[in-house]
Ligand binder design. Structure first.
Ligand code: FRU
Length: 485
């Protein structure tokens, strides 16, 4: 099928129910589909949106294009949860059904205000000449889950181009603030733009955040701010960032900065630290973090990248979300860890030992390993019998280096950006790995979340061996994981 612009932006009502059912069946029946991570019911999923706590439950939405593996007319699909692990699908919540979001209900955030959930997002509007206006929209969701009262709050001011989107709504003292990704007209550089409002109706621009002394490429998407253990963490996606400023391999990275504090009124971070790569794997983007009322900071990422094709495009669906990760700061370092409740998915614990960890798996498991200090070697996941095909993790606890290699992991993805990703850790110490595999998704937590490497891989689903390439001194536990949906 050929995707024309007209087809990608066709109103949802013009698609027939049978087509949608076929697409749903394709996504559900795929051997690459995830079973304990949020994934597309049909079509394409991208950014997590509106991650929030409302009416005693967690709420999370994602960007969805239900009719194929392309970035077409976007909407928000709604999920809720009591434990950040099991989610109930509440269906389409924000539809592109007004003039302001006529070409897509783009990304945004949510926050409980006066007993309702306030949603703030970008309406992607294009006129008949395809000229874009990014409207920032407010809407309200009641306890019934119905989103209504969409109102345009503001659009791009004169000094900002059409690239102005992804508002995060925040509150400090009695004032609401919103931060947005923006491109200035004069230099065409990426920024985080700070806005303020007392009543959620009248909004005033304060200015760009002092993220860094460097220019951060041509656009910043999906900015968010979260308080973690007394610090302020700013998470964002710079596009076109010079690799001399911060090291990354993906087409676009998901970066963060830790600051001592933030002065919203003066749009200033206090003592911002260096730019750092949030995830050192292959496919993390558009991570959204928020502070729950009890102060905890949780984040969830899109596992997928813009402008990238994936093997399941041929099955008309693409991408998924990461598991929810809890943020903390220790010794000035950001840690990202699985939430405690993920343990509720473990079926039973099996101590593993020897070179062959498992001859077979269901493709849906957690593997916790403690690899003793001063060893080098490789671990093969999703391997065939002779290990000629696998997703490989190379480790060197002498120099403190880990490399994830997907060059022999079946169908390839974005090879122009390399087939390996590496991270460093303290040498001559045991290496702790908490590895989550969900069919075609791997999330590797290194040393209690000091580093995370997330990636998709598309090996032959029959390849389910887990084996070290050599005798290795380690302790390990293997858990099958239950499905969540
Ligand atoms: C990031 C992004 C956002 C935008 C959304 C549209 O992946 O491009 O900037 O709001 O996706 O789906």
């Amino acid at each position: 099928m050929k995707w024309t612009r007209e087809k990608r932006y066709l109103p949802y009502s013009k698609w027939d129910a049978e087509t949608l059912r076929d697409l749903q069946a394709e996504a559900a029946n795929s051997a690459y589909q995830m079973h304990y991570h949020l994934h597309p019911i049909s079509g394409l999923v991208n950014d997590p949106n509106g991650f929030s706590y409302f009416n005693g439950e967690y709420h999370l939405f994602y960007q969805s294009y239900p009719f194929g593996a392309v970035h077409g007319l976007k909407s928000w699909v709604h999920f809720k949860s009591n434990d950040l692990v099991h989610w109930i699908n509440l269906g389409l919540a924000v539809k592109p059904d007004s003039k302001a979001d006529s070409q897509g209900a783009y990304s945004g955030s949510a926050r409980e205000i006066d007993g309702k959930l306030f949603l703030m997002y970008t309406g992607n509007h294009r006129d008949e000449n395809w000229v874009r206006t990014p409207y920032q929209i407010g809407a309200w969701m009641g306890k019934d889950g119905v989103v209504k009262d969409k109102t345009v709050l503001f659009k791009n001011p004169d000094h900002i181009t059409e690239h102005f989107r992804d508002p995060q709504i925040l509150k400090e003292n009695d004032t609401y603030y919103a931060i947005l990704g923006a491109q200035d007209k004069a230099e065409k550089h990426g920024h985080i733009d700070v806005w303020k409002s007392k009543d959620l109706k009248n909004w005033e621009e304060l200015g760009f955040l002092n993220l860094s002394d460097h220019d951060l490429g041509y656009m910043i998407e999906c900015p968010n701010i979260v308080r973690v253990d007394g610090k302020v963490v700013v998470i964002f996606c710079p596009q076109g960032l010079d690799k001399k400023i911060a090291d990354y391999d993906d087409i676009y990275p998901n970066m963060y900065v830790i600051a001592d504090d933030i002065d919203f009124e003066n749009h200033r971070l206090i003592n911002p630290g260096p730019l750092q790569n949030l995830d050192e794997g292959f496919d993390v983007y558009a991570t959204q973090a928020f502070n729950a009322p009890d102060g905890t900071a949780d984040e969830v990422s899109w596992v997928g990248l813009p402008d990238t094709t994936y093997p399941t495009d041929d099955e008309n669906w693409a991408n998924c979300l990461s598991q929810v990760k809890k943020l903390s700061i220790h010794d000035g370092k950001l840690l990202q860890q699985p939430v405690e409740t993920i343990k509720s998915l473990r079926r039973h614990a099996e101590k593993v030992s020897g070179k062959t960890i498992k001859e077979n798996t269901t493709g849906q498991y957690e593997l916790k390993l403690n690899i003793s200090a001063n060893q080098t070697g490789s671990l093969h996941l999703a391997a065939n019998d002779d290990l000629s095909e696998s997703l490989q993790i190379k480790f060197d606890t002498k120099t403190g280096k880990l490399t994830l290699n997907r060059s022999k992991a079946g169908k390839q993805v974005a090879v122009d950006y390399g087939t390996t990703r590496s991270t460093s850790f303290t040498p001559h110490e045991d290496l702790k790995l908490d590895i989550f595999v969900d069919h075609s998704l791997v999330e590797i937590f290194v040393n209690d979340g000091e580093h995370v490497l997330t990636g998709r891989f598309f090996t032959d689903p029959a390849n389910q061996r887990i084996e070290f390439g050599q005798d290795t001194n380690y302790q390990g536990t293997f858990y099958n994981m239950e499905p969540i949906l």
